[in-house]
Design a protein around this ligand. Structure first.
Ligand code: COA
Length: 320
C-alpha cells in the first residue's frame, strides 16, 4: 500500500449564529414549512450574524480543528479553503487564515472554487503539498451563502445556509481513491466575485436530475479507484443539498441507510462547507472511530461532482 492516502486527525465546525426557520421564510415569500420540509428535508438553517463572514466562520472551524490535532505548526504544508462565497476576490480566504492562525510562511495557502464539490477538490489538491517532513494540511469548506440570496425568490432563498467545517489531515498508508467530474453548465449561477457577487439563480429541476445521475457515477468511480467495495466503507458523507436526492441515491444504489450521514434538516445547503460540517458534527457526537473509512461525495454548480475515500484517526507520532 502506498503512503499516499489521507487520514483525518481532527475536525471543527462553526454554523452562522442566527437560526432561521421555515416559518421565518413563510413571512417574507409565498412558501410554507410543509413545502420546504417535504421537498428538501430542511427545517432550519443558520445565517451569519453581526460581524460574521465566510472568513470568520472558516477561522473558527479551522482553529478548533487545529487545537484538537495538537500538531506542530511547522509540519503543516498547506491550508486550503473551498468556497464560492469568499469575502474578497483577493486576498484568498486561506491567506487570511494563514495570518490569523499564525501558520508558517513557507506554506501553500490557496482557495478552491468548485462550488458544492469544493471540499472534495480541496482535499485532492492538498495531497500534492504533503511530504514526509511536513505531512499535514488544514482543509476547510466555508460559505456565507446568505449574502448571495435573493430574498424575493422562493425557489432559491429557502435552500441555503452559512457555516464552515475544517479538518486537519495527514498523508498516511491507507487506501486512496478519488474522482472529479465537470460538465460545464450554468444551471446554478452567481456572477461576479468577492463582495460584488450577484444572487444565486438556479434551475432546481435540472440540478436534481444531474445530481441523481452524477452522484452514483462518482461514487462508483471513487470506490473503483480506491480498490474498495461499498461494504468496506464505514461512513458515506454526501454534500447536503436535498434530502430527496440522498433518498433517491440510497434506494438506487441500495446503500445501507445507517451509513449515510444527514444533517440538512438543521443546516440546509451550505455548499462547500456541508461535508466538513458533517464530519465535525460526527466527530463531536462520537460517531467516528480510529481506522474507519469515509466516502466523501460532492456535487453541484459547475456542474461538478466528485468523491474521495479518507480514513479517520491519528498516529502516535502526530503529537510528538
Ligand atoms: N415554496 C413553495 N412553492 C415553491 C417554492 C417554495 N419555496 N419553490 C418553488 N415552488 C413552486 C414552484 O414555483 C412551482 O410552482 P408552479 O408549479 O406553480 O410553477 C412548484 O413549487 C414546483 O416547483 P419545482 O421546481 O418543480 O419543485 P421541485 O419539486 O423540483 O423542488 C427544488 C424544487 C429546488 C427543491 C428541487 O428541484 C431541488 O432540490 N433541486 C436540486 C437543487 C439543489 O440541490 N441545488 C443545489 C445543488 S448543490
Amino acid at each position: 500500500m502506498g503512503n499516499d492516502g489521507l487520514s483525518i486527525l481532527s475536525s471543527g465546525y462553526a454554523a452562522g449564529s442566527r437560526v432561521v426557520t421555515n416559518e421565518d421564510f413563510a413571512r417574507i415569500v409565498d412558501t410554507s414549512d410543509e413545502w420546504i420540509r417535504s421537498r428538501t428535508g430542511i427545517v432550519t438553517r443558520h445565517f451569519g450574524g453581526e460581524g460574521e463572514s465566510t472568513t470568520t466562520l472558516a477561522l473558527s472551524a479551522a482553529r478548533s480543528a487545529l487545537e484538537k490535532a495538537g500538531i506542530s505548526k511547522e509540519k503543516i504544508a498547506a491550508i486550503i479553503c473551498a468556497t464560492m462565497s469568499a469575502d474578497h476576490a483577493t486576498p484568498s480566504t486561506a491567506c487570511l487564515l494563514q495570518r490569523e492562525l499564525s501558520l508558517p510562511e513557507n506554506i501553500a495557502a490557496i482557495d478552491v472554487n468548485a462550488a458544492c464539490s469544493g471540499f472534495v477538490a480541496a482535499l485532492l489538491a492538498c495531497r500534492s503539498f504533503l511530504t514526509d517532513e511536513r505531512p499535514y494540511a488544514i482543509v476547510i469548506g466555508a460559505e456565507q451563502l446568505s449574502r448571495l440570496l435573493d430574498f424575493t425568490d422562493r425557489t432559491t432563498c429557502v435552500l441555503f445556509g452559512d457555516g464552515a467545517g475544517a479538518v486537519v489531515v495527514r498523508k498516511a498508508e491507507v487506501p486512496f481513491g478519488s474522482c472529479l467530474f465537470a460538465k460545464g453548465g450554468t444551471e446554478i449561477l452567481a456572477e461576479g466575485a468577492g463582495p460584488e457577487v450577484s444572487h444565486i439563480r438556479m434551475d432546481g429541476w435540472a440540478v436534481f436530475r444531474f445530481a441523481v445521475e452524477a452522484l452514483p457515477a462518482a461514487m462508483k468511480e471513487t470506490l473503483k479507484n480506491a480498490g474498495l467495495s461499498v461494504h468496506e466503507i464505514d461512513h458515506i458523507v454526501c454534500h447536503q443539498a436535498n434530502e430527496r436526492i440522498l433518498e433517491h441515491v440510497i434506494k438506487k444504489e441500495q446503500l445501507e441507510d445507517r451509513k449515510v450521514y444527514r444533517n440538512i434538516d438543521h443546516f440546509g445547503n451550505t455548499s462547500a462547507a456541508s461535508i466538513p460540517m458533517a464530519i465535525g458534527e460526527m466527530e463531536e457526537r462520537g460517531l467516528l472511530k480510529t481506522g474507519e473509512s469515509l466516502l466523501l461525495m460532492g456535487f453541484g454548480a459547475g456542474l461538478t461532482a466528485g468523491g474521495v475515500v479518507v480514513f479517520y484517526g491519528g498516529h502516535d507520532e502526530d503529537t510528538q
